[in-house]
Ligand binder design. Structure first.
Ligand code: VG1
Ligand code: CO
Length: 543
């Protein structure tokens, strides 16, 4: 074994987006592409000697070869130890958990999350810092700067390592520990939730369906739900991670998790349904014939936080991303705690969580989590709901309806226009930005614009500023439309348009969502000219 320095040429466009660097597999398979990025991560970290690194991914195509490469590079950079998930498998929240538990310098997550996998699909890589959370923008920017002038990388020429046998081996002077992918994470979950109450629920005949979407959360869900909590075999469906996710789009929303939604609408539907995404950090919560929006889920968990033993001390605050509905704000107000509004992406929650300013966090994109790790956490949210269902004895729909009756309902929807022409999408956003100064005070449909701006955020802890985080048009009654371009897509541009309006009157809480938001949807078209500019008459996905 020896350490080599390999000459390379920089690749353009290695700037991490909302959640790491995501590209088509074919791009990642170019000689030196992954290596250059990893070298840039290690360069940005500085001295890695004697440190511990956590490494794992969602099992998608190219996961194993990428892990072999990164292990050999880590050895060439003097890491003392790498903890790698068995078979190369670690969910995003499990990486966060393992980094924290073992006081690692950081971790590398190989995933493109909800993006499709397989040889023609997407691959991704993300660096998480010592608090277990995604690297903040200063770090991702430093990594990107290095990629622009990366002319060499260092790697050991050690042979491939067996990733499937738990145990310890060496590459150069570095110890490689293949760890159980689930154990540390399962211990943490057990410390937060009332497993006895949930076990009693299943003993009483409660039925659930968890859709692993052939992605990383299957092994976690099988071990915890069926193994530790006694849910009947078959509770977890699509529970084995496949390199191409079975050809499916591992994004847990009612459109992509159609199999689960159909099961929850059947006459003999289980009591509770849930799904998670490619890397296990998102969750969808479903009752019988009833989908819970992620924004409502966050608000409901916040309002009922005392059911879970790990949260009996109450909440320090709630964080939500700007496009996420204001349902959680109403709960925060009732609890007398702050609610922070951050840009899209979990990396913005880390400073607030570390500073003890928040306990629960959520995003409208099926992401919920807390200060137990520094990532959103799919199975955590499912266990929280199970704990709530066990303690309350009420069905999902009743819990949500009662929540609306108490706090009012924030009707909410997101319209995605995927793979649109990048130039057209950029022009649409530019035109919108140009129109903002004239919008305040204007009458649009039945609404009057209160203010319109491009969301800029100053982190209250470290003072860092992030601009252009989404154009928002906010009406006098608080209803709003948000426009932003996705930072995770790999084909053209994806335009996301978010709609929200508040309804206090419980007699008005059963309107179909798209109907309830029709006025705002028409205004968005009028303001942005979506159909003419993108050539699309309707969204690709509505959630
Ligand atoms: C999307 C979501 C965002 C989420 C991000 C990463 O980003 O909107 O809320 O944090 O994905 O989630 P964008 O830029 O495409 O809108 V995951 O599950 O991919 O790590
Ligand atoms: Co994800």
């Amino acid at each position: 074994m020896s350490i080599q320095t390999v000459a390379t040429t920089p690749f353009a466009g290695q700037r991490p987006g909302t959640s790491g660097l995501r590209k088509k597999v074919a791009i990642f398979r170019q000689a030196g592409y992954l290596e250059n990025f990893v070298q840039s991560v290690f360069d940005a970290l500085g001295d890695c000697a004697g440190k511990t690194l956590v490494l794992g991914g969602d099992g998608r195509f190219h996961n194993r070869p990428a892990i072999q490469t990164i292990l050999r590079m880590a050895a060439a950079h003097g890491f003392a130890r790498v903890l790698v998930g068995q078979g190369g498998i670690l969910s995003t929240p499990a990486v966060s958990c393992v980094i924290r538990k073992h006081a690692a310098l950081g971790g590398i997550v190989l995933s493109a999350s909800h993006n499709p996998g397989g040889p023609d699909g997407d691959f991704g890589i993300k660096y998480n810092i010592g608090n277990g959370g995604p690297a903040p923008e200063q770090v991702t920017e430093a990594i990107f700067q290095r990629t622009e002038s990366q002319h060499q990388y260092r790697i050991s020429d050690a042979p491939e390592l067996d990733l499937d046998a738990i145990g310890s081996t060496r590459i150069e002077a570095m110890q490689v520990e293949v760890i159980d992918s689930v154990a540390d994470y399962a211990d943490l979950m057990q410390s937060l939730f009332d497993f006895d109450a949930i076990r009693a629920l299943f003993v009483g005949g409660f039925r659930m369906c968890f859709d692993g979407m052939s992605a990383v959360s299957g092994p976690y869900a099988s071990a915890i739900l069926e193994g530790q909590l006694g849910a009947p075999a078959g509770t977890v469906i699509n529970g084995v991670p496949l390199e191409d996710f079975g050809g499916h789009h591992p994004d847990p929303n009612p459109v992509n998790a159609a199999q689960l939604i159909a099961r929850m609408a059947a006459p003999d539907a289980p009591d509770f349904g849930a799904a998670s995404d490619g890397d296990g950090d998102r969750n969808m919560i479903v009752g019988r014939r009833f989908d819970v929006t992620p924004s409502d889920s966050l608000a409901v968990l916040a309002a009922n936080v005392g059911v879970a033993p790990g949260y009996r001390a109450g909440l320090k605050g709630i964080d939500r991303s700007m496009p996420t509905s204001c349902a959680a704000d109403r709960v925060a107000e009732a609890l007398g705690i702050p609610c922070h509004e951050t840009p899209t992406g979990w990396k913005f929650f880390g400073t607030l969580l570390d500073a003890g300013m928040a306990t629960l966090c959520g995003e409208e994109s099926y992401g919920t989590g807390s200060d137990h790790v520094r990532e959103k956490d799919g199975l955590w949210a499912v266990l929280f709901w199970l704990n709530l269902l066990a303690v309350s004895g009420k069905p999902v729909q009743q819990i949500v309806s009662e929540h609306w009756a108490r706090f009012g309902r924030n009707y909410y929807s997101r319209h995605d226009y995927e793979a649109v022409d990048s130039a057209a999408a950029a022009a649409l956003m530019e035109a919108l930005r140009a129109s903002l100064p004239a919008l305040a005070g204007q009458r649009l449909g039945q609404y009057t614009v209160d203010f319109a701006d491009d969301f800029a955020y100053t982190d209250p802890v470290d003072g860092s500023v992030s601009r252009q985080q989404g154009v928002r048009v906010v009406m006098a009654d608080g209803a709003r439309i948000v426009f932003r371009l996705s930072g995770t897509g790999t084909e053209g541009a994806t335009l996301r348009v978010y709609f929200e309006r508040y309804e206090a009157d419980a007699a008005q809480h059963s309107i179909p969502t798209q109907q309830a938001l029709a006025g705002l949807i028409a205004i968005a078209e009028q303001l942005a000219g979506i159909s003419t500019r993108t050539g699309r008459s309707s969204p690709t996905v509505i959630t």
